[in-house]
Every structure is written in structure tokens, then in C-alpha cells.
Design a protein around this ligand. Structure first.
Ligand code: VGL
Ligand code: ZN
Length: 215
């Protein structure tokens, strides 16, 4: 790359590391355990050391949340239901506000986070994305936060690749952020091929899929 172009690129890119939902309930022994979810913690900690701006999201549901199968008589986890905003997968109870399961993994270095963004706190709407809830209308405020700070490039990590990381990445790119997903710093749930679908859809949407070892 010519020197001038390199300089322009450097001045224009203001980056942030976004760490999605690295919480006990998504790790082994958690109520919605993602296979090997805890394996990403050391990878993310190394990345945190390299970024000036670090933002963590935290899935944060009230007890009895509408995304829990236990809130719907006769329904089991992983079944689909119709919500006013569309189809919703029902999950085991997870990440209940103030519970041990909702805490970040004990080894995650959360000290350097500028922002801890909680989501999923409205009883009747789930929120996979860190930008907007599943009704695709209710905003979390993250877009404004990032734009006010002049951040235009996002590196996504965390859990789960095919749900909260995926929806956050799709919403990020739709809002004009240059969006990269660091695959070895993510793990997926993979429900009926959801991981493969999510990876393909991210590529279609010009989200770069990279490895931390290539950075
Ligand atoms: C998530 C399902 C339900 C996630 C959160 O963080 O990917 N998945 N709530
Ligand atoms: Zn959740």
C-alpha cells in the first residue's frame, strides 16, 4: 500500500474490540453451555491487551423472560414459538439478572472495558444483537455510543458465533461499521446447522472472518 494511503487508513480507522456475552451460563456447566465456550477466554484476554477501546456485552434477563421455555406451558428448550415480533427460539433459563450464571467468566479480564452493555432486559423481547432487540425496532444505544466516540471499525469476539455474535455483526455492518469477526475468539451453539448458515451469511454481508493469529 502506498505511504499516503496507509496514513489515511490509519487516521480514519478508529477501532474497538467488542466482546459478546462471555458469561458463565454460556460456558461448560452453564445452563446454556456453548461447546468449549471457555476456550476463548485466554484468546480474548490477549486481544484486550492490544485494543485501546474494549466493550463487553452481557446477556441480562429478568426471571421469567419470554425467551425461556419455562415461561411457556408445555414448551421445551430449542422449540420455536411465534412472538409478536416473529419466530423466537426458546432457551433454557439463562443469564438471569444478578445470578452467578450471568456473571462474566471469572478469568475474563473485564477491567479494561470502557462500556459494559447489558441487553435482553425487556421481559417480552429477546435481544441477540448488541445493537437492537429481536423486534428489530428497540435500540440498545450502542450505535450512538460508538458513533459519538468516532469508532468506525469493530472486531467481534465471544459467544455464541451463530447467535449473539452473528446478529451483532450483521447489525454492525448494516450501520456502516467496518466489521470483522475473530473466529478463534468465538464459539458457536450450532443448532440445526446454524453455525454454517451464520458464517456464510456474514461473508455474504462483507463481514471479514479472521483469526487472531493473523492480526
Ligand atoms: C445467546 C441465546 C440466548 C448468545 C443469548 O449470547 O448467543 N444465545 N441468549
Ligand atoms: Zn439470552
Amino acid at each position: 500500500m502506498p505511504v499516503k494511503e496507509a496514513l489515511v487508513k490509519k487516521t480514519l480507522a478508529k477501532e474497538a474490540l467488542l466482546v459478546i456475552d462471555v458469561q458463565n451460563d454460556f460456558c461448560p456447566n452453564g445452563s446454556l453451555a456453548v461447546p468449549h465456550g471457555d476456550a476463548i477466554v485466554p484468546v480474548i484476554n490477549q486481544l484486550i491487551d492490544r485494543f485501546e477501546t474494549v466493550i463487553l456485552s452481557q446477556d441480562w434477563h429478568p426471571a421469567g423472560h419470554s425467551s425461556f421455555a419455562s415461561s411457556h406451558a408445555g414448551k421445551n428448550p430449542m422449540e420455536l414459538i411465534d412472538m409478536p415480533y416473529g419466530k423466537q427460539i426458546l432457551w433454557p433459563d439463562h443469564c438471569i439478572q444478578g445470578s452467578k450464571g450471568a456473571e462474566f467468566h471469572a478469568d475474563l479480564n473485564s477491567d479494561r472495558a470502557d462500556l459494559i452493555l447489558r441487553k435482553g432486559y425487556h421481559s417480552s423481547i429477546d435481544s441477540y444483537s448488541a445493537f437492537q432487540e429481536n423486534d428489530k425496532q428497540t435500540l440498545t444505544g450502542l450505535t450512538s455510543y460508538l458513533k459519538e466516540r468516532g469508532i468506525n471499525k469493530l472486531y467481534l469476539t465471544g459467544l455464541a458465533t451463530d447467535f449473539c455474535v452473528y446478529f451483532s455483526a450483521i447489525d454492525a455492518v448494516a450501520r456502516g461499521f467496518e466489521t470483522l469477526v475473530i473466529l478463534d475468539a468465538c464459539r458457536g451453539i450450532n443448532l440445526d446447522g446454524s453455525l454454517e448458515t451464520a458464517l456464510a451469511d456474514m461473508q455474504t454481508n462483507h463481514i471479514k472472518l479472521i483469526q487472531s493469529t493473523d492480526m
